[in-house]
Design a protein around this ligand. Structure first.
Ligand code: SF4
Ligand code: SF4
Length: 145
């Protein structure tokens, strides 16, 4: 008898906590939760410090990044490296490896998470890179192998 009363009390307690508990979900999109500080949302590429080294392309497990670079001859006869990065963001798994590999801090992640698009083309990102010193890159190819 005492045992049954104990179980009934526990059941009442559980019912009470379930009824009073705030739901874990929210009425999205009317209500939005803030992603955590280190959330990896939309990728941001800043070409200002990028040396076109190709490490991000080499380490990306999803083959998202293509580093295109070439040497151009200036009027004074000296050569300089120029190029850009291309991102096929529909393949990105947001693992963060590119940002980890980049020693220039050129790749970071925002906390934007509403990234759906109606067309695959809209996931393609292309960014010109600032010209970099020829010495920083040791290959002479158009696309980093
Ligand atoms: S973004 Fe970083 S890792 Fe990628 S090419 Fe530029 S400097 Fe290198
Ligand atoms: S987050 Fe991962 S999958 Fe996405 S571009 Fe960077 S390395 Fe590639």
């Amino acid at each position: 008898m005492a045992r049954n009363l104990g179980i009934a009390a526990m059941a009442m307690e559980l019912m009470e906590s379930l009824l009073l508990r705030k739901p874990a979900t929210v009425m999205y999109p009317i209500e939005r939760l803030s992603p955590p500080e280190r959330f990896r949302g939309r990728l941001r590429y800043d070409p200002s410090e990028c040396s076109l080294c190709g490490l991000c392309q080499r380490d990306c497990p999803a083959d998202v990044i293509k580093v295109v670079r070439k040497r151009v001859e200036k009027e004074d006869g000296t050569k300089e490296m120029t190029g850009h990065l291309e991102f096929e963001m529909d393949r990105c798994v947001f693992c963060g490896q590119c940002a980890y590999s980049c020693n220039k801090g050129s790749i970071t992640f925002t906390r934007e998470f509403e990234l759906a698009q109606g067309s695959r083309d809209l996931f393609m990102m292309k960014s010109e890179s600032a010209n970099v010193d020829d010495e920083e890159c040791d290959v002479d190819t158009d696309v980093v192998p």
